[in-house]
Design a protein around this ligand. Structure first.
Ligand SMILES: [Zn+2]
Length: 475
């Protein structure tokens, strides 16, 4: 019976497909604008772009990045006639196929702007956010895709975090404002494969190093990135995203790791600014890469930077301890020293209002949440279980969620309204926090010489150990 019923259903389905023909094909593929991108040789890296939105009723092309118009030639129609300025862009021809051409002087932009949120030129390579060179057709139907088809000249490359398809890359149009990095020109590329999460294949991490010699060899940098990726993977039970473009920007005249940034739209990319003179011991002591890799595993929480930054600020020192890169005493000494910087945000401004307090205010919030969850569950759960559950539900750095969504997802994962009630006290209003009392109960004591040490006989020392090591239960 079942077999015959399925055959009949299959017959009907095939008939429907034949009858619907083109309509079916259209329903399967999203509406798309195609970008043919001829890339010029470095250092000019001039991009000559032809945008073809076919029959989509698109009215204009808009610049998302405010510096883009300074380096723009055109846009024109397909025959080379200039397009007229519209409100926030350039009007496309009202009839016929919606086609336009424009060029971006990307090398000039990278050399003049030297901006991590637009373009930055290093040697024969240019790093650029996608919104620094992609004009956005508007209005676009929901679900529309920008299909980018770049053609780099021989001997140079093009790298992006976007997923490949049909010889190009797809970017959901709605993600352009949050879209990550692209790299043009001459660069070095290494591939890493840290273990993926449960049941998933190893992650695909591409390390792209811009064109500048540095004191430490590239293989050593890659080994350090790999080691860090595995340490962060230990926290998430596997590397948090399946694909990552990690761009290393060597900065002349600097040492250490001065800056990092994650952007997730269309695919996760991570920028790591590293001094050309960075020393081995600076890499071992670095916190920036771990902080950024914590961002990879949680969604961008819309208009609540304290939550995104709170997670990363709180868990980065913990992950470094668990990876054997620091002692437990130094971990809590850092919390005791730096968390007071977030007290104003928690007690007087409210995290929802405070800009200065988003890092350490956010971290205090996470500590309070972790203590309450571990105390209530006798150590069976911690704040990290909320993050892992959100990640299992697809909440990684490529996703943008509301604060309400994040609070509800977290509270569901830990079985109680811990996050919502803390948010009521410290985000939408303000309430005192007794940090000194917390340190006392956890057994973080100041010795006569002024140094902090750990006292395992303190009443809640087991909570401190559970947070540090991630091991459950009172000892
Ligand atoms: Zn951050």
């Amino acid at each position: 019976m079942r077999g015959r019923a399925s055959l009949a259903a299959l017959g009907l389905l095939l008939l429907a497909i034949q009858l619907l023909g083109l309509q079916m094909a259209r329903a399967d593929s999203p509406p798309a604008c195609r970008y043919d991108v001829a890339i010029g040789a470095p250092p000019e890296v001039r991009l000559d772009i032809r945008v073809d939105c076919g029959a989509l009723p698109v009215a204009r092309l808009a610049a998302v990045d405010r510096t883009l118009p300074r380096y723009l030639d055109g846009p024109t129609d397909d025959a080379g006639r200039p397009l007229e300025r519209a409100d926030d862009g350039w009007a496309l021809p009202a009839a016929g196929p919606r086609v336009a051409r424009y060029a971006i002087r990307l090398g000039d932009m990278g050399a003049a702007e030297r901006s991590y949120s637009a373009a930055y030129a290093v040697g024969q390579s240019v790093l650029a956010e996608l919104s620094a060179w992609v004009l956005l057709p508007q209005p676009l139907p929901e679900g529309a895709v920008l299909h980018l088809a770049p053609r780099p000249p021989a001997g140079t490359g093009f790298a992006t975090a976007l997923r490949g398809r049909d010889g190009g890359f797809d970017l959901p149009a709605a993600a352009l404002r949050f879209a990550g990095y692209s790299v043009f020109g001459r660069y070095r590329e290494q591939r890493l494969a840290p273990p993926g999460r449960a049941g998933a294949a190893a992650a695909d991490v591409r390390v792209v190093t811009l064109d500048q010699a540095t004191d430490l060899p590239a293989d050593e940098i890659a080994a350090w990135v790999d080691d860090t990726a595995r340490a962060v993977g230990g926290f998430w039970h596997g590397f948090p995203v399946d694909r990552l473009l990690l761009v290393v920007l060597p900065q002349a005249g600097r040492d250490g790791v001065p800056y990092g940034r994650v952007i997730g739209g269309g695919g996760a990319s991570l920028l790591l600014v590293k001094g050309e003179r960075t020393r081995r011991e600076q890499l071992r002591a670095d916190w920036v890469l771990i902080h950024e890799m914590v961002h990879l595993g949680s969604p961008f929480v819309w208009r609540a930077p304290w939550m995104t930054e709170g997670f990363a600020t709180y868990f980065e020192p913990i992950i470094r301890y668990r990876a054997g890169r620091r002692s437990e005493a130094s971990l809590w000494a850092e919390f005791a020293q730096d968390m007071p910087r977030g007290l104003d945000a928690m007690e007087r401004e409210g995290l929802g209002q405070s800009r200065r307090g988003m890092y350490w205010g956010g971290a205090i919030f996470m500590l309070l949440a972790d203590l309450e969850i571990r105390g209530r569950t006798q150590g069976r759960q911690g704040l990290e279980d909320c993050l892992r559950q959100v990640l299992r539900e697809g909440g990684d750095a490529t996703r943008v969620v509301s604060l309400d969504w994040m609070i509800d997802a977290c509270d569901r994962a830990i079985g109680g309204p811990t996050i919502r009630s803390l948010a009521q006290r410290h985000v939408w209003s303000q309430a005192p926090v007794d940090l000194a009392g917390i340190w006392r109960r956890l057994g973080i004591v100041r010795r006569d010489d002024g140094q902090l040490s750990l006292d395992d006989s303190a009443p809640e020392a087991w909570l401190r150990r559970a947070i540090s090591a991630g091991r459950p239960g009172p000892v």
